[in-house]
Design a protein around this ligand. Structure first.
Ligand SMILES: NC(=O)c1ccc[n+]([C@@H]2O[C@H](COP(=O)([O-])OP(=O)(O)OC[C@H]3O[C@@H](n4cnc5c(N)ncnc54)[C@H](O)[C@@H]3O)[C@@H](O)[C@H]2O)c1
Ligand SMILES: [Zn+2]
Ligand SMILES: [Zn+2]
Length: 366
């Protein structure tokens, strides 16, 4: 039977979000209902609220989540009720041209639940990134549930569901950072700091963090930055060359999504080095670079979607590294909050006070 639970809804562009009753259907074929335990507040939730993604209001926000599978529909074999899972927004199809060529991490046909969650008046909800997890329970495609070791706390595990995975993967998967590499990361929010952490775990020798905010640069050191540059006071390209023997970094990661920063990243890299764009640009932005420099500097200019992760391969491995004390995920959780506090968390995110506020669905004591 369909269930009524609480959820955080964005009803209209720019309006504060509200806590409402939502209706979650029983899982149909290939679907699962998940009891959410924790869900991080990500910039993309705010982008939805601001109408920056599309106009399909009302949105059920939240997508960086972990929880327990409550029930599954027909034909679901990979997860079962009681499993501890991280939700992912790239459930691979197995049949598209990329999957068939053995590259499921780039799947071009990722899928979500077929049925819709609704408000009590029947209005269909658009779940953020096909998840919608600022709620007690959500309906997803079973492939969006990735089982991991339940010894990890949900507020930590859920982080891998979006921004932290994007950053870790930008370094480890897309950038292919290896032992002894020099790495520079522009932007030290949750995504950039995760790229720094990923570079550290991958064995980078020099890790240079660039931001405009000294507080962010201090936090970046906790994740393994060996050098920091405040680009408001110093030319980041010159300083990165200085910290890398005059050459530039082997891998430079842009974790902001700004054309001028992308240009800095382009020139801050060594010959034959790699630039990884993980920051998300808006549709109006343009980059202009001398064509001869694109050729003459060699190497690779890459973009990273969700850290080019394959959830089934990467989530369990990263949670195991975390449980072994080899991956710092705790450092991303700035505060634990209640479902009612999402709007306030958006303001903290905008003012740069937090890396991640994480909603604890069962609540936190004041
Ligand atoms: N590719 C993906 O799959 C994916 C997934 C999640 C998020 N993202 C994107 O990653 C980006 C970063 O996300 P976040 O949550 O870390 O954001 P954030 O706002 O927390 O961090 C951005 C950081 O960049 C700094 N900054 C801004 N302008 C700068 C400049 N000119 N030079 C140096 N530093 C500057 C800010 O001070 C801030 O610390 C966003 O664009 C987000 O949409 C991408
Ligand atoms: Zn596919
Ligand atoms: Zn996100």
């Amino acid at each position: 039977m369909a269930q009524e639970v609480r959820g955080i809804i964005a009803r209209a562009k720019g309006e504060p979000v509200s806590l409402e009753t939502i209706v979650v259907p029983d899982p149909g074929p290939g679907e699962a209902v998940v009891q959410i335990q924790a869900c991080g507040v990500c910039h993309t939730d705010l982008h939805y609220r601001e109408g920056g993604i599309n106009d399909e209001f009302p949105f059920l926000l939240g997508h960086e989540a972990a929880g327990i599978v409550e029930s599954v529909g027909a034909g679901v074999n990979d997860v079962a009720p009681g499993d501890f899972v991280i939700l992912n927004w790239r459930a691979v199809c197995g049949n598209c041209r990329s999957c068939l060529r053995g590259r499921p991490q780039f799947c071009f046909n990722t899928h979500n639940a077929t049925q819709k969650m609704t408000l009590t008046d029947g209005t269909e909800l658009s779940p953020a990134l096909g998840i919608g997890a600022f709620c007690d329970k959500t309906l997803v495609a079973a492939g969006q549930c990735t089982k991991v070791n339940p010894a990890a706390a949900p507020e930590v595990a859920g982080l891998l569901g979006c921004g932290v995975m994007a950053g870790l993967g930008a370094a480890m998967n897309t950038g292919q950072v290896g032992r002894g590499d020099s790495v520079a990361v522009f932007g030290c929010g949750g995504v950039g700091d995760a790229a720094i952490e990923g570079a550290r775990v991958a064995g980078a020798h020099t890790i240079i963090a660039v931001d405009l905010d000294d507080k962010k640069l201090e936090w970046a050191k906790n994740f393994g930055a060996t050098h920091t540059i405040n680009a408001a006071n110093e030319d980041p390209v010159e300083k990165i060359r200085e910290y890398t023997g005059g050459n530039g970094a082997d891998v430079v990661i842009e974790a902001i999504g700004l054309p001028n920063v992308y240009e800095q990243a382009f020139y801050a890299r060594d010959l034959a080095g790699t630039v990884v764009l993980v920051g998300v640009p808006n549709p109006e932005m343009k980059v202009e670079l001398p064509f001869i420099d694109i050729f003459g500097r060699g190497g690779a200019l890459k973009s990273s979607w969700y850290g080019d992760c394959l959830p089934s391969r990467d989530f369990p491995m990263l949670i195991d590294l975390y449980l072994q004390g080899r991956l710092n995920l705790d450092g991303f959780v700035s505060e634990r909050i209640n479902l009612e506090d999402v709007e306030a968390a958006f303001h903290k995110m905008e003012s740069g006070e937090v890396l991640r506020s994480v909603v604890m669905i069962d609540g936190v004591s004041a």
